[in-house]
Design a protein around this ligand. Sequence first.
Ligand code: ATP
Ligand code: MG
Ligand code: FE
Length: 349
Amino acid sequence: MLILGIESSCDETGVALVRAEAGAAPPRLLAQALHSQVQMHESYGGVVPELASRDHIRRVLPLTHSVLRQADCTLQQIDCLAFTRGPGLAGALLVGAGVACGMAAALGKPTLGVHHLEGHLLSPFLSADAPEFPFVALLVSGGHTQLMRVDGVGRYHLLGETIDDAAGEAFDKSAKLLGLGYPGGPALARLAEHGRADAFKLPRPLLHSGDLDFSFAGLKTAVLTQVRKLGAEIDARRADLAAATEAAIVEVLLKKSLAALQQTGLRRLVVAGGVGANQRLRQQLDAAAQRLGLRVHYPELHLCTDNGAMIALAAAMRWQAGLMPADARGEGYSFAVRPRWPLAQSASA
Ligand code: ATP
Ligand code: MG
Ligand code: FE
């Protein structure tokens, strides 16, 4: 089964080719291509939806040709066209969905609309050291922060989630307050390497709430308060404040992940989403895992943020699990998108 995956939910256009065999062997990534719009949106301090849609239109076909060339494949060899159905920006999603369905109709092949978070969640299966079900998943991206019990493909049980900002949003908003541009998560992490995390006392919201929910909005306010207090002194203290912010976010993610493992009795954690690239988070999770005899799996660094590979992979794993609709063409190549779409509702979609 050769699957082409297209991701266009936000500000990255990603296309990839994945091959899967029937059975349980993890699918193989044959080729992938990515274009990030970060530079285009930077001067606006955030993603401009209309510009995002237009840029996806410009990029998606050249990226598709590049992927086919890399893998030495023809369009006719593709067995299924997968695209991100949601959640995300409606106009941006429609580009990937329209192109995938248009190609599928021309080729007479089936399509599969994939849930973006399922893509993130399954992305560690493209690592050399692929996880096994069941596991607890810590999904930490720009728009979501969730802990899930994952029993198999399509079997996702939400354990807890953020009640306000996502972890990636906390990184980005704090970075903005520190004058680090957009999206500031990676920049904040780089600056934090040169700072002392204990130089500022920042809150760890909901750390002792007893449940598995998160809250990061208060942290952003605390960072703002510190920035205001520092005034002109900020230049000398920026690295310390970055380190303290990163430490606060990471500590909450670490403690809640360990609590989720304890609560479920599982010993395997899978981390996914952009914040999964954070080195402090990885170091602290690895240290705790070693201490407690747990296993932690991550996506490869370049697959933490949005990409086409995770969309092709999720479609491939759905096919292997027997979850591909018997007649994917029966939808009449409907490229309806779901800008809002809880993951639990996608299980049997
Ligand atoms: P969602 O998947 O929820 O729709 P998204 O697709 O925008 O949101 P991702 O692409 O998974 O999110 O991740 C982007 C986020 O990851 C951004 O908030 C970014 O700042 C953050 N991020 C990326 N690298 C790092 C890092 N090294 N440290 C901290 N945060 C990071
Ligand atoms: Mg992005
Ligand atoms: Fe994402």
